[in-house]
Each structure stands twice: as C-alpha cells, then as structure tokens.
Design a protein around this ligand. Structure first.
Ligand SMILES: [Fe+2]
Length: 297
C-alpha cells in the first residue's frame, strides 16, 4: 500500500500535481491542511484544485483553514475576547471549504478504513485545526462541531477512535504529538523562540500512550504544521521511528514546490506499508523525473 502524504500546501499546488498524482501508483492521498497563505482568502480556490484528484483522498483541516485573520490573531495572542468574537465565522467557512473539496474526505476526529489487495489499515484522523503548544486552538468551534471542550476531551475522543480499530493504524493530525523532543529542530519542536520547547499536541500523545497500553498497532503518525525550515536557519528532523517501530512523519516542507537543479520540483512523502510495517521516502517530482530522499540523508 502506497499512501502519498502532502504537507502544508500554503497555495503551492498546481496542474502538475493533479496530473502527477492521478497517474501515480499511489493508493490514497493524505492532505495535512493549511491551504491558504496568511489570510483565509483563496482557501476554497485551492481546495477546488485539490478536488481534481481522482484517487481516494483525505483532508485534515489546519490552523489556517476556515479561520479568519481576527480569529488566528486571537489564538496567537491568546486573546479570549477575539477568540470568542470571531469564532462564529468558522463554521460557515469550514462548510464552504468542505464543499469545495468535493469528493475528498473531510476528516477530524474520524476513522476511515483503507483496503488495498490484502493489506488493510485503519486511518484515524485526530484533532483538526491544531496550532500546537499547550492550548486547545479554536476551542469554541471544536466544542460546537465536535463536542470537544478541552485537551482531556480531545484525548478521550481520539482514544475512542483507536478503540474501534482491530488492525494496523495510521494516525494523522495537523500537528504531531508531544514527547518527541524539545530542541528547536525536533520533529515538532518550537523554533519560534531561542530556547525551543516541545510544540507537539499533548492530547494526541496521551491517546497514543493509551492505545499502546491496549496493544493497538500504530504503524505511522503523520502531521505537518511545524515547517521543515527553521526560523533563524537550519532544518528540522522530519522523520523518526520509535522503539515500538512506529514511524513519525512531519510532511511540512514549505514551500512544497521548490527549485532543484533549475527545475520546479513538487514535494510529497511516500509512505509504503507492507505487512503492517512502514517505509518512508521523500519525493521531489518534476517534469524530467524525480529525486528520492531517504530520511537518513
Ligand atoms: Fe499550520
């Protein structure tokens, strides 16, 4: 089974991507969200371009999707007044985004089953719209749409999805789990401050811990949000494998369309699953072919 993971898009998606993935041997696409630039304007137009993909595809809303600038700034500054004031715009914007995505499955606190020949996996979509760090971002909307009012609620909700699974699980979320490092270049480490810090989601980490205690088989944990390029220079680690064999993938290479050897290259991460084990490669595809990058390189 080959799952193509597309990290934070931030407007970097074009006709080449549509043709490439439609002709690709991939069995499904996972979009990690963040379609627009700084403002939410243009989100639905990008979504309509993603909707031209003819393969099964799943979309995880990011912290830039379906939210206005006012709301975004409220979250960034933890200004409760702004968070409340602009919250009611989110539901109609998310509904509109979902419509624009067409046949792409709009995920969040949801379970989906994927079967290719004799390989079968459960896809578990964890918390949508995560901004990372210690807060439950966009809490009024999460409460209204999903009945989730706290990080504890969120962990319970994700755990309940794991409980429904009886085989190999691939879990994805806009931001990755806490507990994987507090260095600035850690897979979901904070590069906005000099001292760094773990910017992963504690609810997802807790749900994963509980799933393991129930012997659930977590093949891969996928997210984006914390861009590969670090503030102040350098690149973060985007892949690791833990002692249980779980593969962790941060797919947020931004911009995902870049120039390599004088040619435009389009980034995605190829996740191949065979007998419940994950193999991961970074792919930079262009008109003349593609480059593969092993996570160890
Ligand atoms: Fe993000």
């Amino acid at each position: 089974m080959y799952i193509a993971i597309i990290g934070d898009i931030h407007k970097a998606w074009d006709d080449f991507d549509v043709a490439y993935f439609n002709q690709s041997s991939c069995d499904a696409l996972l979009f990690m969200g963040d379609l627009p630039g700084r403002s939410h304007r243009g989100t639905d137009a990008v979504a309509a371009e993603l909707a031209r993909v003819t393969k099964p595809a799943y979309f995880m809303p990011g912290n830039h999707d379906g939210v206005t600038i006012g709301q975004f700034m409220g979250e960034l500054r933890q200004n409760e007044k702004w968070i409340q004031k602009y919250a009611r715009r989110q539901a109609p914007l998310c509904d509109s985004l979902q419509t624009a995505l067409g046949d792409i499955v709009y995920t969040g606190y949801s379970r989906h089953d994927l079967e290719v020949s004799d390989e079968r996996i459960h896809l578990v979509a964890a918390r949508p719209h995560s901004m990372g760090g210690a807060t439950l971002a966009f809490a009024p909307y999460l409460k209204e749409r999903y009945g989730v009012a706290s990080l504890e609620d969120s962990a319970d909700r994700i755990e309940a999805l794991f409980d429904e699974c009886d085989g190999p699980i691939v879990v994805f979320s806009h931001n990755g789990p806490a507990g994987l490092g507090a260095e600035r270049d850690a897979i979901w480490g904070c590069d906005f401050t000099r001292e760094g810090g773990d910017f992963g989601d504690s609810d997802l980490a807790e749900a994963l811990r509980r799933a393991r205690s129930k012997n659930k088989q977590i093949v891969a944990v996928i997210a984006g949000h914390m861009h590969h390029r670090l503030k102040g220079g350098g690149e973060r680690r985007w892949f690791l494998r833990d002692e249980h064999g779980t593969a962790y993938i941060n797919a947020a290479r931004v911009p995902r369309i870049l120039r390599l050897n004088g040619e435009r290259r389009h980034h995605h991460v190829a996740l191949r699953i065979e007998n419940g084990t994950a193999a991961v490669t970074e792919i930079l595809a262009g008109e003349s072919g593609f480059d593969l990058r092993n996570p160890a390189e």
